[in-house]
Design a protein around this ligand. Structure first.
Ligand SMILES: [Zn+2]
Length: 77
């Protein structure tokens, strides 16, 4: 794959209606969201790990709040 020819094709297609791959940002046809199955798979994984991260954050916040509620009365006397 030559980067020069890729740039040239990008320049020629610049004003064609297109979207960008929502994972890597490469130009893709209007009817597609991803440039490749790799990006499609990667997006699904990223979404899942993001949800997991949100769950962990929620649990951490809940734990901190519970600890605060338990510990604060002791600290303030
Ligand atoms: Zn992509």
């Amino acid at each position: 794959m030559s980067s020069k020819s890729w740039k040239q094709s990008m320049k020629n297609r610049r004003y064609d209606p297109h979207k960008h791959c929502i994972v890597c940002g490469r130009a893709v046809p209007m009817e597609q969201d991803f440039c490749s199955t790799e990006c499609k798979d990667g997006y699904g994984k990223a979404d899942k790990s993001k949800n997991k991260k949100n769950t962990i954050q929620f649990v951490l916040i809940a734990v901190v709040m519970v600890v605060m509620i338990i510990v604060l009365p002791y600290l303030t006397g």
